[in-house]
Design a protein around this ligand. Structure first.
Ligand code: HAM
Length: 416
């Protein structure tokens, strides 16, 4: 049998990769304006890294991690997320703090594949290490929104919350467990387990019955200690002063163990609230817990495929990527075509020249199949007259252009 693609994994095809690259390039361009530098960490790490950071009670580690033993019986994991590897690398390489880093790359989660949920997805992430001000939390949201606006993704909304710290959470836990006391039977089996191990995680459950229980329940945001409350109020103050569209979502606890204080997610109205295009928050304890210095951190990651789907839903771009093809009618015309192709590339204009000599009619068919917008035809007649024939493949209109005017005309037509 033909070996097919694994379930939940994508092939990014050439016509899509142009836009995928556009998204990645814009992200890099923008984050560099805010002083972030690229960090690349391995896709494979010791599984223990994720047990100790993402957390053994998180679905990501508990149910979704791709783990295996290597030839020396070491338990390894394909990274399910970028944050733990980045923090490990900063500690291990003793990078100076503060540090602002970004990363790009594939993540693996053995999830049930469905709309927007893949087993291999690609993240664009940012981590700010060593800044405790709520301005940093706000600045990340500002950067994400700057990026959304640059890629023309217009329908985004930022959801925000605070889940407190190790000082205020025990009080909330006590009240929350009391609230759950007579509702345990109605919780789904997963949440019955969560109640024992990490009750906050119940807020993350998508089960309808659990959602109902959560709706009426006390909220962690109302139990914040002074430090967490001041941090959150200041963060909201910065948001208020900006033009960023945001909403407080008191149920937003995020599915990873390391968060403290601020949590946030980005959604796109066209994909709906359930499929976040990105998320993150503050995690002031992780670095210390992994053996590094006591350092406040905050970050987020965007799901590249989800940003791409959202853009597609928004219909703010076209997937056509090839603009120009040169076709010719004989060997002599081919050399003329090649000369022109070289000149165009010198002038930064991309073009396609197929070296297999075929009839003009057949070459026009190829251009059509490839969605080419403009074709330059070079035949014996054009060579004799010293012109090129430029054909608009959509309207079918043709114009004769003097050789020396071709670059200027193309620059008018094609956005270069
Ligand atoms: P996360 O919310 O688990 O956070 O993932 C970040 C983003 O990756 C999600 O909002 C979503 O867009 C995308 N994503 C996650 N899982 C999938 C999937 N199965 N299929 C497609 N896309 C997916 C983190 O990973 C944290 N490390 C973010 C962070 C950075 N927090 C602090 N710093």
């Amino acid at each position: 049998m033909f070996p097919k693609r694994l379930k939940g994994m994508l092939d990014i095809l050439p016509n899509e990769s142009l836009f995928i690259n556009f998204i990645i390039n814009k992200f890099e361009e923008i984050v560099k304006l805010y002083n972030f530098s690229l960090i690349r960490t391995p896709i494979l790490e010791y599984a223990e890294l994720y047990y100790r950071s993402t957390g053994i009670t998180s679905d990501i580690v508990n149910k979704e991690m791709y783990t295996f033993y290597d030839k020396k019986e070491r338990l390894l994991a394909l990274r399910p997320e970028g944050t733990p590897g980045v923090i490990r690398a900063i500690i291990e390489n003793q990078l100076p703090i503060p540090q602002r880093v970004y990363y790009l790359g594939p993540m693996f989660r053995y999830e049930k594949p469905q709309k927007g949920r893949l087993r291999e997805h690609y993240q664009l992430g940012l981590e700010i290490v060593g800044e405790k001000s709520p301005y940093s939390d706000f600045e990340l949201i500002k950067i994400a929104n700057h990026f959304f606006s640059e890629i023309n993704l217009k329908d985004t909304l930022t959801l925000v919350n605070s889940i407190g710290c190790e000082k205020c959470r025990p009080k909330f836990k006590e009240v929350f467990l009391k609230y759950l006391q007579d509702k345990v039977e109605s919780l789904c089996p997963d949440c019955q387990e969560r109640k024992e191990k990490n009750p906050l995680r119940i807020f993350d459950c998508k089960n309808e019955k659990c959602q109902k229980i959560i709706k009426e329940s006390p909220k962690v945001k109302d139990f914040l200690c002074n430090d967490c409350k001041n941090h959150f109020d200041r963060f909201l103050f910065y948001l208020e002063k900006s033009n960023i569209k945001y909403k407080i979502d008191e149920n937003l606890v995020r599915g990873l163990d390391y968060y403290t204080k601020t949590t946030f997610e980005f959604i796109s109205e066209s994909l709906g609230e359930k499929i976040s295009i990105g998320g993150g928050g503050r995690y002031d304890n992780l670095m210390k817990e992994l053996g590094g210095p006591d350092t406040p951190c905050v970050g987020f990651a965007l799901g590249l495929e989800r940003v791409f789907y959202a853009l597609k839903e928004n219909k703010n771009f076209s997937m056509d990527n090839k603009n120009l093809m040169i076709i010719y009618d004989c060997e002599d015309s081919f050399w003329e075509a090649e000369k022109l192709a070289n000149l165009l590339r010198e002038k930064n204009i991309s073009c396609y020249l197929n070296p297999d000599l075929e009839s003009l009619k057949r070459q026009l068919k190829i251009a059509d199949k490839l969605n080419i917008k403009y074709v330059i035809i070079i035949g014996e007649r054009e060579r004799e007259k010293g012109v090129y024939l430029l054909r608009d493949m959509i309207s079918g209109k043709q114009e004769e252009i003097k050789k020396e005017e071709i670059i200027a005309r193309l620059k008018e037509l094609i956005n270069v």
